[in-house]
Ligand binder design. Structure first.
Ligand code: ZN
Ligand code: FE
Length: 256
């Protein structure tokens, strides 16, 4: 895992570069080809696989140019709107790419086509695009709150030590909101302090872990009483169920 490289792209995206033992590599969600080419050169790696999580431009924008230049196989969701997918993947599919063995988890909500890639093992790995963020979750553009809640629950059920690689550095803004929603959470306070220190040195706050997200991410904690209290204190209706609480948290964050 330590060999996984964050390639910054646009203002706040990360394209993840996964080296294989033979000098080839995979990238996840190459929204832009240029920084990927630069990283491959710098690391002395060739590209032989691309993993796509969903159709948004900041995740697929570099696909065509990379595919033209490199002999690589492109894996992604079933969505005709994405040009250049060689292997369409759906829920429960297992796929070996280079040194990696992924299980595909369907996580609709942010978009309807969104999938995540999970690898079990000593250090389990999760590449979850714009579904689960460090301290937050993606906006619900195409699905429903119930759908997004179900998708996040699926990810929350993964092993506690799973390293979570999301696609954006949104952590500080997410944690500012999390502190408003869950003000008495001590672990969250400590996380915010660590994240601020990392960002002040220009370091990524990613990957996080499933256990850290479950302890501090309000969008995985809508069943906890503290979140309902946080919503009430903000003059919002916490609803009667975890899904209703989640929907209200998401609506609040959208305006925060
Ligand atoms: Zn997106
Ligand atoms: Fe994105």
């Amino acid at each position: 895992m330590s060999s996984i490289i964050a390639i910054p792209a646009f203002s706040d995206n990360y394209i993840w570069l996964l080296p294989n033992g033979d000098g080839s590599a995979l990238v996840v969600d190459p929204g832009d080809a240029a920084p990927v080419e630069a990283a491959l050169q710098e690391q002395g790696l060739t590209l032989d696989g691309i993993l796509i999580t969903h159709h948004h431009f900041d995740h697929v924008g570099g696909l065509k140019a990379l595919k033209e230049k490199h002999a690589c196989v492109v894996y992604g969701p079933v969505n005709p709107a994405i040009e250049g997918i060689d292997r369409e993947l759906g829920s429960g599919d297992r796929v070996t790419v280079g040194d990696y063995h992924f299980e595909v988890i369907s996580v609709p909500g942010h978009t309807l086509d969104h999938i995540a890639y999970f690898q079990a093992g000593d250090v389990p790995l999760l590449f979850c695009g714009d579904t689960l963020f460090a301290g937050g979750c993606g906006r619900i553009f195409e699905g429903t709150p119930a759908m997004m809640h179900e998708s996040l629950s699926r990810l929350a059920a993964l092993p506690a030590d799973t390293a979570v690689f999301c696609a954006h550095e949104y952590t500080l803004a997410n944690l500012t909101f999390a502190r408003a929603a869950d003000p008495d959470n001590e672990e969250l306070k400590a996380r915010e302090t660590r994240a601020k220190a990392l960002r002040s040195e220009g370091m990524p706050t990613i990957p996080s872990t499933i256990s850290l997200e479950k302890a501090t991410n309000p969008f995985l904690r809508s069943a906890e009483s503290g979140l309902a209290e946080g919503l009430e204190a903000a003059g919002r209706d916490p609803g009667a169920t975890p899904v209703e609480c989640f929907a209200e948290l998401r609506a609040w964050k959208d305006q925060f």
